[in-house]
Design a binder for this molecule. Structure first.
Ligand code: ADP
Ligand code: MG
Length: 347
């Protein structure tokens, strides 16, 4: 079963403190470093690429991000997703990028039994995660809005999407991973062989560091500032999802975060504190990090056993670490977690 793959995208990522030139090994002085920073898709993005081609390639990368944001934004009245969300049941034509991303998200929804569901937007919005006007919707409101969700009700044909009246899409759970994947392809086409793209905690790498060694990524500690360990990786994506990324504390003292369980319409309430997925496809890693955060440990492990094709690093709410055998050698826990048993999952 291990060689069975989720779909055909190729990409990889993590949420992290990054060690670029500072922390490991020497960098060849002759390799030029180029950087770009921008705020897009609701997050800070930081790109570093090396070599002569990197400067022009990064400028184009920034333009691409702006273009995709203008297609996928839920709030920009000119975006394709906005048009779909206000289409009153009429078909809305989609660009190739949007069609590919939506098709992938819908297929992943099926494969994760709806743990990922791009139609969850009415709930995300009701909890205030779009406008930051946080609130706890009533049970009746949640039930009513849940009737407006369900990925299987979305029709995607003839390069157009048709949503039943009142339904709305949000590609936020996979869009940044897809962006990283597309940008890595773009940089490679431009001849860049070493780059690290930090897309709000989704990490996409092109090749190894310029000195040929692996990148070292600090994986965010979901319980406090800092990281719980370091992962060495190259030419792949590392994407982390966790409840610590966006949340509010309700009047009832409970913490409510931005990843919702589409089965309940409420913040996902599993036994996991964070989920990091490592793989060749950025969009797959992003979709799965969100979905497995919703599923929890047992179902997440089953998902990996069934499909394979990726590695994962899980932190439970009890502070236990689970990782798949493929990254065992590449992960080093921080001192405070070094006494802890690390559970290694084997296929
Ligand atoms: P982040 O965007 O913080 O990196 P994720 O990739 O996990 O985190 O995506 C979370 C975003 O996806 C939420 O902000 C919301 O817009 C949307 N979302 C929340 N829950 C789900 C879900 N179960 N399926 C699909 N999208 C979701
Ligand atoms: Mg995600």
């Amino acid at each position: 079963m291990r060689n069975k793959r989720f779909l055909s995208f190729s990409a990889l990522t993590a949420a992290f403190s990054l060690c670029l030139s500072g922390c490991a090994g020497s960098q060849e002085a002759s390799v030029q470093e180029h950087t770009a920073e921008l705020f897009a898709m609701g997050t800070y993005m930081n790109f570093t690429a090396y070599g002569e081609q990197a400067d022009a390639a990064l400028d184009e990368a920034v333009s691409h991000v702006e273009e995709w944001e203008s297609l996928w934004s839920v709030t920009d009245e000119n975006s394709e997703i906005y048009a779909a969300n206000h289409s009153h049941g009429r078909p809305v034509p989609l660009s190739t990028e949007t069609e590919n991303l939506l098709r992938f998200a819908l297929e992943m929804s099926g494969q994760t039994q709806g743990a990922l569901d791009p139609t969850i937007y009415p709930l995300v919005s009701a909890w205030g995660f779009i406008d930051q006007e946080y609130r706890i919707p009533s049970d009746e409101e949640i039930q009513e809005l849940l009737s407006l969700t369900g990925y299987e009700k979305v029709a995607l044909e003839n390069h157009a999407v048709t949503l039943p009246e009142g339904m709305q899409l949000d590609l936020g759970a996979a869009g940044k991973g897809y962006t990283g994947e597309l940008l890595a392809d773009h940089l490679k086409e431009q001849g860049v062989t070493s780059a690290l793209l930090d897309i709000g905690g989704n990490i996409q790498m092109v090749g190894p560091k310029p000195d040929g060694t692996k990148w070292r990524l600090g994986i965010r500690n979901p319980f406090e500032d800092g990281s719980f360990g370091t992962l060495e990786a190259q030419d792949c994506a590392v994407v982390t999802s966790g409840g610590y990324e966006r949340y509010f504390t309700g009047g009832d003292g409970t913490t409510y975060w931005h990843i919702l369980d589409p089965a309940t319409g409420r913040p996902a309430d599993s036994d996991l504190a964070s989920v990091t997925i490592i793989g060749d496809s950025g969009v797959l890693c992003d979709a799965l990090s969100t979905a497995i955060f919703v599923m929890g440990l047992e179902e997440g492990i089953q998902c990996w056993e069934t499909y394979g094709g990726f590695d994962m690093l899980l932190m439970t709410l009890d502070g236990e670490i689970y990782l798949t055998e493929g990254i065992e050698e590449n992960f080093t826990p921080e001192e405070e977690f070094s006494e802890q048993t690390i559970h290694v999952m084997e296929a």
